[in-house]
Design a binder for this molecule. Structure first.
Ligand SMILES: *Cc1c(COP(=O)(O)O)cnc(C)c1O
Length: 377
């Protein structure tokens, strides 16, 4: 079955009693037991909830995992995932990862004795060089933020196998519609479902999909033990969003490509970063593992005054954090998503004060182009 069909049917027929097409929202904390020693399969909603389970099964299927787990946010999913590791363990993480991931590792898990080496996203040799006897896992993002660089996924898969490491892939930017890392041999996929999967800028949610049943059982244990689970209402909203994922992504990607090409021709724009552009340095590499390019692009303008002008003049495109939703959003990574990095670190990662990141929505292309044109004029 094709993915568009799978997405549209997420959670279909989970209620045989009524035949409800849309999964009911089981807004209940607990479940009555038929008798002593018996269970309906649901005991308490932290441990399992039918609405959340429908979402978890839909994402497990989409990612090709043996199981999936839903959390209160992407960072709740990552916190649970990092709890697989113990004092003394070492992780290798790609640079340019989500700011909250850095913060979680450097400010919280570091206190528990879990150390991290950050390496350039695309330099496969740097991952190999960072491996120590304590290394347990490599964490990458399918596309880095905000400079939209992609890893050499095949080389990292080989490295993972050679050294018996877990390969963890934050697939928020590409979603299973374009990239299914588990099918290619990765161990865990992470999503901030707040972004493309829920897709309407109306829900905060996180997901983990796991390839092997044994690891899935450990993650499932942690999900219940830590308890940062997704509520039934938000599980329903996430699943509702997921139903239109294929349509949205096709429209968003087409808009993003047209906008990237438009921006390339503007005199106030120094360069555009979008892996979908044939001229982009990442264009060939991303196609080795992904069938799509995403709908987030970044562009650098000639000076900071122009950054202010664009932000203040844009009417249709909102100046707001986050990405992946149907509404287009623009951010200034230097002062928003990447503000907690040092100046030197930002410089090294290419996060300058003239860089803007645009998450492209499903609005009519002409309206988006007109808004950008008047803002740049
Ligand atoms: C937003 C984001 C996260 C964090 O997810 P939340 O749902 O905001 O907690 C993690 N990784 C990436 C790539 C993100 O974009």
């Amino acid at each position: 079955m094709q993915l568009a069909t799978q997405f549209a049917h997420a959670g279909l027929q989970t209620d045989p009693q009524t035949g409800a097409i849309s999964t009911p929202i089981y807004q209940t904390a607990t479940f009555a037991h038929p008798a002593i020693g018996q269970s309906t399969g649901f005991d308490y909603s932290r441990s399992a909830n039918p609405t959340r389970l429908a979402l978890e099964q839909a994402i497990a299927r989409a990612e090709g995992g043996s199981a999936a787990f839903a959390f209160a946010s992407g960072l709740a999913a990552l916190s649970t995932l990092f709890s697989l590791f113990s004092q003394g363990d070492h992780l290798i993480v790609s640079e340019g990862c989500y700011g909250g991931t850095y913060r979680l590792l450097d400010q919280i898990f570091a206190r528990f004795g879990i150390s991290v080496t950050y390496v350039p996203v695309y330099e496969a040799g740097a991952y190999a060089a960072a491996i120590t006897p304590q290394t347990k896992a490599i964490l990458i993002e399918s596309v880095s933020n905000p400079c939209l660089q992609v890893p050499d996924f095949a080389a990292l898969l080989a490295l993972k196998q050679q050294h018996d490491l877990l390969l963890l892939v934050d697939n928020t930017f590409l979603t299973p519609y374009w990239f299914r890392p588990l099918e290619q041999g990765a161990d865990v996929v992470i999503h901030s479902a707040s972004k493309f999967i829920a897709g309407h800028n109306d829900t905060i949610a996180g997901l983990l999909a796991v390839r092997e049943p044994e690891l899935a059982a450990r993650v499932g244990y942690l999900q219940n033990a830590i308890g940062a689970t997704l509520g039934a209402q938000d599980a329903w909203l996430t699943m509702r969003g997921m139903k239109t994922l294929a349509l949205r992504l096709a429209a968003q990607q087409a808009n993003a490509l047209a906008i990237a090409q438009f921006l390339q021709q503007q005199t106030g724009v120094r360069y555009v970063l979008f892996p979908g552009l044939p001229s982009d340095s990442q264009h060939q590499k991303i196609q080795q593992f992904s069938s799509g390019f995403g709908a987030v692009l970044s562009f650098a303008v000639t000076d900071t005054a122009l950054v202010e002008q664009i932000i203040s003049r844009l009417q249709l495109i909102s100046y707001a954090e986050s990405l992946g939703g149907v509404e287009s959003l623009i951010t200034v990574p230097e002062i928003q998503t990447h503000a907690n990095l040092s100046v030197a670190e930002r410089e090294r990662l290419g996060v300058s004060d003239t860089l803007l990141r645009l998450s492209v929505g499903i609005e009519a292309l002409d309206d988006l182009l007109a808004d950008l044109a008047q803002a740049l004029a």
